[in-house]
Design a protein around this ligand. Structure first.
Ligand code: G6P
Ligand code: MG
Length: 219
């Protein structure tokens, strides 16, 4: 039986990818590093520290741990400043409708995000009230593709993974859901999330009706 839903944040509920891109780009430009949208795509779903390592590897840069933390903090300051401009108008189309519908139907809902800024983003969107449990980048040590964040969320919801559906836009996020034994819904192209049980190109198509029809054996 499906009793709960666990949502990734960035790329599922709202599109912060552009804001992350701008902050990493500014940092990289200042350092004389190459950074473009293709490289930004590789950062989808992974933690801040893993992200800076990907960028440094790409640029063949080696720095001390302290220097890496300092640069990641600098990027985060830029990113957090940019979140001030986010408003309740910034849900991805369809996301608010799905969250509202799931609550109306009495399902438990959790967040399962790698971001340490998840609460700030949810507050900017005025979305805190949709969630029974918030799992974010501060909740677990191992980030996606490890299933830990989703296991944290399901445990807090007091549900088994097989009773939960995970919504994810990242390849590594779907890997994490599968590794944890969760049902999975991918948001995005086949090349990225084609390994999910069910896939939609955008959240707009991910209506309660469609999700329920697909998982009808489990309701
Ligand atoms: C999400 C995004 C990633 C980001 C990560 C950490 O998973 O998809 O691109 O790197 O969160 O975000 P943070 O806000 O903690 O830097
Ligand atoms: Mg995401």
């Amino acid at each position: 039986m499906i009793k709960g839903f666990i949502f990734d944040l960035d790329g599922v509920i709202t599109d912060t990818a552009e804001l992350h891109y701008e902050a990493w780009k500014k940092l990289s430009d200042g350092m004389g590093w190459h950074f473009d949208r293709e490289l930004n795509e590789k950062l989808r779903g992974i933690s801040r520290m893993d992200s800076i390592k990907v960028i440094m590897d790409h640029n063949h840069v080696i720095l001390t741990d302290d220097a890496v933390v300092e640069l990641a903090t600098k990027k985060n300051d830029l990113y957090v400043d940019s979140l001030e401009s986010m408003t309740p108008e910034d849900y991805l189309p369809g996301a608010r409708e799905l969250l509202t519908h799931l609550r109306q139907e009495g399902f438990l809902v959790a967040l399962g995000s790698a971001s340490k800024n998840a609460i700030k983003v949810l507050q900017q969107l005025n979305a805190m009230h949709y969630f029974d449990v918030i799992g974010d980048g501060n909740s677990v040590a191992k980030s996606k593709p490890a299933p830990d964040i989703f296991l944290y969320a399901s445990e807090k919801l007091k549900l088994q993974p097989s009773n939960c559906v995970v919504f994810e836009d990242a390849e590594k996020g779907i890997d994490a859901a599968i590794a944890g034994g969760f049902h999975s819904v991918g948001i995005g192209p086949k090349e990225r999330v084609g390994h999910a049980e069910l896939r939609f190109n955008t959240m707009k198509e991910a209506t309660y009706f469609e999700v329920r029809s697909f998982f009808s054996d489990f309701f």
